[in-house]
Ligand binder design. Structure first.
Ligand code: GLC
Length: 422
């Protein structure tokens, strides 16, 4: 009897202890991200009553979010167990995360795009399980192109021209109307946008994959100078302070003809309460000199902190959030691109977001930022880059001078050699 009581007590204690496991996930809150993460967390809790999954809201802008994460890492804080990490971060942040191969990822990793898995693998360790991928897209108003007898712009020159025509026409009735909105604030989003202009113009990828600083070239300078010409003409001056959500706000209010943004904006624009519902579509970004458009590769992974008290359960949560069913839900309900290849052939996914099928090539050919080659200094590389671009957009300097200076700064920072090709 005593023995039984003891066993019973031990069991009760074990259950209480298990019930106390709290896993905190630091997640993004751009668009519907936070809501989606909370729904998935609830589903996990329904299946695992002993675990509480807390979803922590983090800043929208990449460098702000990184700053917060670095504070946790600095303190070796166990407060956050799972981090949503950008596709550019595995190299810079690898030391703070466990190897997910040691926690069951080997069984699921083959479902995901191999290039992303490779990106997330540092010295053979899987730093993050891919959660969703991203690529820059051109959003355009189908009703307005029709109204003005225009086609989807194929080149940046056409975009500029069409944006001007539509803006001029629409201003007659809507003084708030603009031709083109994008991400011009001085942060990672500008690195993405500017890389698209430059790569499409045959201007390279800032630092080549084999470690040459290539950014100081004529094609890159032309591309940035072109964008500087948009500010205050087809794009509001305020674009220089816009991140994804600020540009989406203008676009979704019906106040822009074109927008550059990531896929998440599709589902929100198509929502029942959206004034542009069924009045827009998406296309590949326009081409420059290279003859083809370029989309920057974005996307987010789930990584488990080395400082977590429960890495095993944390990894289980991460793998659940990134599982087939959860990625499917995110794709269908909110147009977040899966990293699981089969979902691009899933009927429900394609019905909800047809462009996952039609623009498949854009997603698999997206241009990577030079994060692997420049790790662990990628964030500094990008910061120097977007600051240089931002100063040209503000009209404080010209593109050639800015890129020349940038290349020298990048030499100092990385130790790589720069080529100058003006
Ligand atoms: C998106 C992308 C991410 C990128 C960020 C820039 O969230 O997925 O990779 O760094 O935008 O703002």
């Amino acid at each position: 009897m005593k023995k039984l009581l003891l066993v019973g007590l031990v069991l009760v204690f074990a259950l209480v202890a298990a019930a106390q496991v709290v896993i905190t996930v630091a997640a993004g809150a751009v668009g519907t991200e936070l809501e989606l993460a909370r729904i998935a967390a609830q589903l996990y809790m329904d299946e695992n009553p002993g675990v509480t999954v807390r979803v922590l809201d983090t800043p929208d802008m990449v460098q702000d979010r990184l700053g917060l994460y670095l504070q946790f890492f600095e303190a070796r804080s166990p407060e956050v167990d799972v981090y949503q990490i950008d596709v550019i971060w595995p190299g810079d942040l690898a030391e703070h995360f466990v190897d997910l191969y040691e926690y069951g990822a080997a069984e699921v990793v083959d479902m995901h795009f191999p290039a992303i898995v490779e990106n997330n693998t540092v010295d053979g360790r899987l730093i993050g399980i891919p959660w969703f991928t991203d690529a820059g897209l051109l959003y355009y108003r189908t009703d307005l192109l029709e109204k003005y007898g225009l086609d989807v712009p194929q080149t940046w020159e056409e975009l500029e021209e069409y944006a001007r025509i539509i803006q001029q026409g629409e201003r007659a009735t809507n003084p708030d109307f603009w031709g083109f909105v994008w991400q011009g604030n001085a942060y990672e989003g500008l690195t993405c946008d500017a890389l698209e202009w430059i790569a499409a113009n045959d201007g390279g990828t800032i630092i080549s994959p084999d470690g040459v600083i290539t950014i100081a070239n004529q094609n890159a300078a032309e591309a940035i100078q072109m964008a500087a010409g948009w500010v205050g003409s087809i794009s509001p001056f305020g674009v220089l302070a816009m991140a994804e959500e600020e540009s989406r706000a203008v676009w979704q209010a019906g106040n822009a003809a074109f927008m550059r943004n990531w896929p998440y904006a599709y589902s929100l624009g198509m929502a029942d309460d959206s004034v542009i519902k069924d009045k827009f579509d998406v296309a590949p970004l326009p081409a420059g000199k290279s003859g083809a458009g370029a989309a920057t590769l974005g996307g987010w992974q789930l990584a488990v902190s080395k400082y977590s008290r429960n890495p095993e359960i944390a990894a289980d949560v991460a793998l659940f959030l990134a599982s087939y069913d959860m990625q499917k839900m995110r794709a269908v309900d909110a147009s977040y691109n899966p990293t699981i290849m089969d979902l691009y052939f899933d009927e429900d996914v394609l019905a909800a977001t047809p462009f996952f099928g039609t623009l498949y090539d854009v997603f698999i050919n997206a241009v990577a930022r030079p994060s692997t080659i420049s790790s662990p200094n990628y964030n500094q590389v990008s910061t120097l880059f977007f600051q240089a671009v931002h100063s040209v957009l503000q009209g404080r300097t010209d593109a050639v001078s800015a890129l020349e200076e940038l290349a020298l700064d990048l030499e100092d920072l990385t130790g790589f050699e720069a080529i100058f090709d003006f």
